[in-house]
Design a protein around this ligand. Structure first.
Ligand SMILES: [Zn+2]
Ligand SMILES: [Zn+2]
Length: 228
């Protein structure tokens, strides 16, 4: 069913997801494509937040995250926010290849050995039926010619949804949530996720990968939440 829905979504003409105008086979019409929420050009290479001259930002200098780099495609605002939510909560799976292509068109492949999608807890996976980050990572891996490693890492602890918590509580909430079932010795890993907000979840995951021997972790996300 999923495969059929995906195929139909790819073949049939769409109305623009943002404004309802005719969009041909794309998700968005030409006008909406041209007014997507861009991130500022100068960003911190480690956390992808705005930073003058693209230098390492104060926060990363003070309290360095475990990941080494972050690439983000858009700001987490209309209509990207609604599209990410449609993928996740309404199973609009055709959003995933669209997003992966947009990422691949913008960014050259990072120097890495493999892609790993941020794991979902098995209970959440059962409820949703898919991991949106795996859906995005699968197409991205193909565009970049890198292997996607599935099932090497798990999220074994159910945590409070990060979105419900104040920013400061998120790091504590996610601590110890992930586990690697395989060694990651010497690996340069690209971690794929949909949205990067505080970065606390990705930091915890990078910490887990590095504890198992990973030498370099690059986050690749569809959207970055910009501070207020
Ligand atoms: Zn439109
Ligand atoms: Zn930074």
């Amino acid at each position: 069913m999923t495969a059929i829905a995906r195929l139909l979504d790819a073949l049939l003409p769409h109305d623009c997801y943002a404004c309802g105008a005719h969009a041909g086979r794309d998700m968005l019409c030409r006008d909406c494509l041209q007014s997507l929420p861009q991130l500022p050009g100068e960003r911190c290479p480690q956390c992808a937040l705005p930073s003058p001259h693209g230098q390492l930002c104060g926060a990363c200098l003070r309290d360095a995250p475990h990941y080494d780099a972050s690439l983000a495609r858009w700001a987490y605002e209309f209509p990207i926010r609604e599209m990410v939510q449609a993928l996740k909560y309404q199973a609009r799976l055709a959003m995933a290849p669209w997003m992966a292509r947009a990422l691949a068109d913008l960014e050259p492949p990072p120097e890495a050995d493999c892609l790993i999608a941020l794991p979902l807890h098995p209970a959440r996976l059962a409820e949703r039926g898919f991991n949106q980050s795996v859906e995005i990572a699968r197409d991205l891996a193909r565009h970049w010619g890198l292997p996607l490693v599935i099932d090497a890492c798990v999220k074994d602890r159910m945590v409070e949804p990060q979105a419900k918590l104040p920013w400061k509580a998120r790091r504590k909430n996610i601590r110890g949530a992930f586990r690697c079932l395989e060694g990651m010795s010497g690996q340069r890993i690209v971690v794929v996720d949909d949205v990067m907000t505080t970065g606390a979840t990705l930091d915890e995951f990078a910490k887990t990968l590095k504890q198992r021997g990973a030498v370099h972790v690059t986050n690749v996300v569809i959207a970055r939440t910009l501070p207020g």
